[in-house]
Write a protein that binds this ligand. Structure first.
Ligand SMILES: C[S@@+](CC[C@H](N)C(=O)[O-])C[C@H]1O[C@@H](n2cnc3c(N)ncnc32)[C@H](O)[C@@H]1O
Length: 270
């Protein structure tokens, strides 16, 4: 059962959200809800080893969950479209170590060269369609230096039998005396999952927190990277380097620069 007026039968289609929407509705709760969504210590250890002291760029850096601890080991820049998420990052100790700036990961106002570009858990799927995702990968290739790597951490989409939308709703406590109803629709035909967290806080106020992802299966991501001149170097099931198996529900994929930039596309052809 869902919240009043929001049963799975009455979910309205959701238009694509603008690129600042996520931060506008999640910045105030992001760290409380998601600080331990992935293994931060393991992530930082693996990335520091891969970067080997070279400069790292995190796309969709958010509140600095990964970038801040990583910046204790290696230089880190970050871009994000959300001033609200960046304001949370900037309020934290050590924020001055991260070169965080407002920007869109599909059109980077940066040249690098970076040793490593990171897109942490499912952040890449915030980009609304294949075209935006391909533009982003092209930008990554442009700012990577010779021998540079791209690391993408993402969920592996469930295999579904047909293209009919799948609705789901669930309720949980917010840990602060409030309640969160989550109503989700998975549209396999468009590789989209969208939903809303209807958050009734302890003080009785309610806020809707909508989100939307456009997912890729690992082979689709490999093909997109290949088109931009990046080749899969390793695929792990976790940040300790466990080899990935097709039934794992998430992957950490490391891509390396595989061919020179096309003439005129950037200053770091390798
Ligand atoms: C799920 S949060 C992840 C934050 C951080 N990477 C982490 O792992 O904690 C996704 C972030 O991507 C940002 N974002 C969404 N679309 C973006 C875009 N087109 N360019 C840059 N950042 C974007 C959002 O504002 C948000 O901060």
């Amino acid at each position: 059962m869902g919240p009043p007026g929001c049963s799975s039968d009455t979910i309205a289609p959701v238009s694509p959200l603008d690129s600042g929407a996520y931060g506008r509705v999640f910045a105030d709760v992001y760290d409380d809800w998601y600080h331990d969504i992935t293994d931060v210590d393991g992530t930082v250890a693996a990335l520091a080893k891969l970067a080997a002291g070279g400069a790292v760029l995190e796309l969709g850096v958010g509140t600095g969950r990964i970038a801040l601890p990583l910046s204790q080991h290696t230089p880190v820049d970050g871009v994000d479209t959300s001033p609200e998420m960046l304001a949370v990052l900037e309020s934290k100790p050590g924020a001055a170590r991260v070169g965080a700036r407002l920007g869109d990961m599909t059109a980077l106002a940066l040249d690098g060269p970076y040793a490593l570009v990171l897109v942490a858990f499912n952040t890449f799927f915030n980009l609304p369609d294949d075209a935006a995702q391909a533009r982003c990968i092209g930008e990554v290739r442009r700012v990577l230096g010779p021998g540079g790597r791209l690391v993408i951490e993402a969920a592996v989409p469930a295999v579904v039998d047909d293209d009919r939308p799948i609705h789901h709703d669930e309720r949980r406590d917010d840990g602060a005396g409030g309640t969160i109803w989550t109503i989700t629709t998975h549209e396999p035909a468009t590789r989209t999952i969208h939903g809303v967290h209807v958050h009734r806080r302890a003080d009785g106020t309610t806020v809707d927190r909508p989100w939307r992802i456009h997912y890729l299966a690992p082979p689709q991501l490999d093909a997109m990277c290949h088109d931009a001149g990046l080749a899969l170097a390793s695929r792990w099931a976790d940040w300790s380097g466990t080899p990935w198996q097709p039934d794992d529900d998430r992957h950490v994929s490391v891509y390396r620069v595989a061919r020179p930039l096309d003439p005129g596309t950037g200053p770091h052809a390798s």
